[in-house]
Ligand binder design. Sequence first.
Ligand code: MN
Length: 139
Amino acid sequence: MKHTVLIVEDDPQNRKLLAELLAVKGYRVVEACDGRQGVEQAVAHLPELILMDIQLPEMDGTGVLQALKGNLLTRAIPVWLLTAYAMPSDEVRFRACGCDEYITKPLDLRDLLARIERLFEATDDAPACAGLCPGEACP
Ligand code: MN
């Protein structure tokens, strides 16, 4: 089964690089080039992972995080911020906004891919109804 990854990044070069890399690895890739589109694509495609730049036009990464984490449909989707900010206080702030991982640019692509693989291995092992089943039929 193909896992879907949403990339929210306004820099076309960075976005294209990541998208191609993930597509080559067999993932289904959805792209958004600003924050508002990021929220729309997340709701429309319900990706299993969102990789997001923090400095975005229309709505910045913090606003997108708040929108996603405040929506029952999208709140469980892990959001990994990809950002050039390097201050420890920034990481605390972003984590408080609900980001699940915080990855500093320039990206170590090999490490990022390995992390993504581990994330999906973990979710593949979970029961199919995890987070979705209404309760009574859950084994
Ligand atoms: Mn940006």
